[in-house]
Design a protein around this ligand. Structure first.
Ligand code: ZN
Length: 476
């Protein structure tokens, strides 16, 4: 017996887009059927007429409750799940994947336990964790990988660069390529996937030294420090290693045409290589750094040039890039804008609430992205790549009833009132055509036209298993 019928929407499914009704039983979708054919009986009816109904968004890249490294003399931390996932609920995102950092001396099990404890009862939406391998890790940490994969944590993040400059001194994130190869070997043998922040550390660190020596300290030079060639070198070195080890690779925050091209080349050769970009990389370029609030859109590596934006959009709208993520790093505006030089700008921003709406407006309305492709890059592909599919990421019988309802009739300039996290959004002032109106998590609305219905305990922790097909060839 159905508990709920979502009626009258334009529903986006793997079989196509149509005027279908979605029947929900408990927390799951029970049926997708021709309009008016589901037995109403005692079921509640949710009127979705005029709305586009897509799988609830999945943001595969967030850093909540995360230490901020840009000002080591003033230690601080990003907003936690109890704050940031409120924005996800309003913005149509029903699942996010954050990170557990494992540093020398630590273990995967401990890192997972402490992050899981931090999230428990604090997230409005469902969640999972990637495991980040940082620094000169002991071999025994890599020996923990098979068990982590078996227990439902099959994705491992590595940084090919320390990202931030040598002044002032900070704890680095970089994993050397010897250890990356070792992690790839282990992942390939046990059903894991390697998530890569790809920038060439030699190039980035040399650029920091050189720009300091030349007095070119203005943060508006960040795209020349975190350069296009740096992305090219790191992506190529990584795909060479992926070919050699047989590991599947997912590049986070692709920012340059060179990155998109490298991913496309690897995929054309049949390698299981996937790419993500961020909505601010697609919508802004480095000229924007020169404006008063320009650094609001800075996330490492950096904004790039118009030709890079064009390549990112092509990858998103047509093929080549699989996911649109946020690299969410929520802080106050004051903290976000406190640095102005290449050495002290704060990276990351508040983007999760805007992600689905911006993707719809900029992708579907302005660039002709199909609704199927919109669902793929905002939800389905992340579910497939990270092993949540078909529980998450699809409107189909048996899947969780996670739905985002986009109202294409909403046309407005975004203002402060449209956002519910922190005290700024980089998207204030942006004109949109279409915006999320309601969000459903496992059969219950968690946000409805500006009203928050979920609570910080609504979200549940997820375990994952990646389909071997995704690890064998470019599957999405
Ligand atoms: Zn990140």
């Amino acid at each position: 017996m159905l508990d709920l019928i979502v009626r009258g929407g334009q529903v986006v499914t793997p079989q196509g887009v149509g005027a279908w009704d979605v029947g929900v039983e408990g927390e799951r979708i029970a049926a997708v059927a021709a309009a008016g054919t589901l037995p109403a009986e005692s079921a509640r009816v949710l009127d979705a007429s005029g709305l586009v109904v897509v799988p609830g968004g999945i943001d595969p890249h967030t850093h909540l409750a995360h230490p901020i490294m840009s000002h080591p003399e003033q230690p601080s931390i990003t907003l936690g799940p109890e704050d940031d996932t409120r924005g996800m609920a309003f913005g149509g995102t029903t699942t996010h994947i954050d990170f557990c950092y494992v540093r020398p001396g630590g273990s995967i099990a401990e890192a997972l336990e402490s992050r899981a404890a931090r999230w428990k009862g604090n997230s409005y939406v469902d969640y999972a964790f990637h495991i980040t391998l940082c620094g000169a890790l002991e071999l025994k940490v890599f020996e923990e990988m098979p068990e982590a994969i078996r227990e439902g944590h099959p994705s491992f993040k590595v940084f090919t660069t320390n990202i931030l400059p040598p002044h002032p001194r900070r704890t680095g994130n970089r994993l050397d390529f010897g250890r990356i190869a070792h992690a790839m070997d282990t992942a390939a043998a046990h059903g894991g996937l390697i998530v890569v922040h790809g920038e060439d550390d030699d190039v980035v660190q040399f650029n920091y030294e050189r720009f300091r020596a030349e007095g070119r300290m203005d943060g508006a030079n960040l795209h020349l420090v975190h350069s296009k060639i740096s992305e090219l070198l790191a992506f190529r070195r990584t795909t060479a290693l992926a070919r050699h080890t047989g590991a599947a690779v997912y590049f986070v925050h692709t920012s340059a045409r060179e990155g998109v091209d490298t991913i496309a080349e690897a995929r054309a050769q049949g390698l299981p290589v996937y790419g993500e970009t961020l909505h601010q990389y697609a919508c802004f370029n480095a000229e924007y750094y020169k404006t008063p609030r320009g650094f609001c859109s800075h996330t490492y590596p950096s904004l790039k040039f118009p030709e890079d934006q064009a390549a990112l959009w092509k990858g998103l709208v047509r093929d080549g890039l699989s996911c649109l993520a946020t690299d969410e790093y929520p802080t106050s505006l004051e903290l976000k804008l406190r640095g102005r030089t290449i050495e002290d700008v704060t990276g990351g921003n508040v983007g999760a609430e805007a992600r689905m709406g911006i993707a719809y407006s900029e992708g579907v309305v302005r660039r002709g992205m199909s609704l199927g492709r919109f669902a793929d890059i905002t939800s389905t592909n992340a579910a497939r790549i990270f092993g949540l599919y078909p529980k998450k990421g699809v409107i189909a019988p048996g899947s969780d009833a996670d739905l985002a309802f986009i109202d294409p009739g909403i046309k407005k300039t975004l203002g402060r009132d449209d956002f519910h996290v922190a005290d700024y959004s980089p998207w204030e002032g942006w004109e949109v055509s279409g915006w999320p109106a309601m969000t459903m998590l496992r059969g219950a609305l968690i946000a409805e036209r500006g009203r928050l219905l979920g609570s910080p305990g609504t979200g549940r922790r997820l375990t994952r298993r990646i389909d071997p097909e995704v690890l064998r060839r470019p599957a999405c």
